[in-house]
Ligand binder design. Structure first.
Ligand SMILES: C[C@@](CO)(OP(=O)(O)O)[C@H](O)COP(=O)(O)OP(=O)(O)OC[C@H]1O[C@@H](n2ccc(N)nc2=O)[C@H](O)[C@@H]1O
Ligand SMILES: Nc1ncnc2c1ncn2[C@@H]1O[C@H](COP(=O)(O)OP(=O)(O)O)[C@@H](O)[C@H]1O
Length: 283
């Protein structure tokens, strides 16, 4: 038995930090959508769990895929294993949720192959402790999120029908360190929008409370974002960075901008495509 599935990048259409919890985690008001940029996961039946990766430093037991599959197997007394090979395309520490997306795709695959029979809601509850970004992928459609990103509701409006350029400066940002820097430097927290007034957040598309902290920690990203704002009417940072998003009316403009960014070494990775409202895996 073999199975090959994609694991897409996510983007945050906007991100507000609404509360710092007693445990140090931050409540967010954010919206998630998907990109066509994907990692690819190959699954093969096996007696044990093993994970290899096209970026060898990501292979082995520390990989989030290995961790969630091992926990699922233990929790449900599964006797089978799974051999997983991850072809990475999504850059690391980019705010695109690559590791979390790999883990979500692996959980969807294992839930089917091991016949665990968990609903999406049960998978989300199981996976949230492993990473605040995993639920949005398991939810499977563009969403408005609160809590740490685990309370999800369908995105209420059509997504912008424009071309999106994703660009990553060539160096990443640690999510933990960006939140720590935010705590030290932010002027005030955004008022919580709440589910009932969630549409209010949509008008802030492109706003990201973490952007200032991230720009001060990664000057390459700050330069990239400045250049994107010169080329596009709207550009912003995804998640805790360091990937940035710019919207264009025409695909040619986005492709030309990508070429300029690469030639000037402002970007180490780019992707041109659409903003997607559904996850490509609907098992
Ligand atoms: C900021 C967001 C927005 O979508 O995305 P990324 O930029 O990482 O992709 C996510 O909330 C990130 O999710 P994820 O990358 O899974 O983070 P986790 O592993 O759960 O958390 C790493 C660390 O970041 C801090 N953290 C994370 C999420 C959150 N809502 N509040 C936090 O304070 C905590 O210090 C936590 O220990
Ligand atoms: N499958 C995976 N893919 C990428 N990174 C992973 C994976 N499993 C664990 N990690 C670890 O998680 C870190 C951040 O993950 P990533 O998803 O790339 O960033 P972000 O949370 O900014 O979107 C990586 O630097 C790496 O050490």
């Amino acid at each position: 038995m073999t199975l090959t599935l994609p694991a897409p990048a996510k983007i945050n259409l906007y991100l507000s930090v609404t509360r710092i919890r007693d445990d140090g985690m931050h409540d967010l008001d954010t919206a998630f959508a998907f990109s066509q940029a994907c990692d690819t996961l190959h699954f093969q039946a096996a007696e044990t769990i093993s994970v290899t990766c096209s970026r060898p430093h990501l292979g082995g037991e520390a990989n989030l895929v290995h961790r969630v599959l091992s926990a699922l197997r233990d929790r449900h007394n599964i006797r089978q294993g799974l051999s997983v090979h991850i072809e990475k395309s999504i850059p690391e520490q980019a705010g695109l949720g690559g590791g979390s997306s790999d883990a979500a795709t692996a959980l969807l695959a294992a839930n089917k192959l091991w016949q665990t029979g968990l609903t999406r809601e049960e998978l989300i509850a199981f996976a949230t402790p492993f990473g605040a970004d995993i639920p949005c992928f398991l939810y499977g459609q563009a969403s408005i999120a609160s809590g740490v990103g685990d309370r999800l509701h369908p995105y209420p409006d059509p997504l912008p029908d424009t071309t999106m350029l994703l660009a990553w400066p060539g160096s990443g940002l640690s999510t933990t360190r960006v939140f720590e820097h935010f705590d030290r430097t932010h002027p005030a927290l955004t008022t919580h929008q709440g589910v009932d007034t969630m549409r209010a957040g949509i008008h802030q598309m492109g706003h990201n409370d973490l952007e200032e902290a991230a720009c001060s920690m990664n000057k390459s990203m700050a330069c990239l974002l400045e250049e994107l704002r010169n080329c596009s009417d709207i550009a912003w940072m995804s998640g805790s960075g360091s990937a940035c998003i710019a919207l264009f009316q025409r695909a040619e403009q986005a492709c030309e901008t990508a070429q300029v960014l690469q030639a000037r070494q402002l970007a180490g990775w780019t992707h041109t495509g659409s903003i997607c409202s559904t996850h490509p895996v609907q098992l």
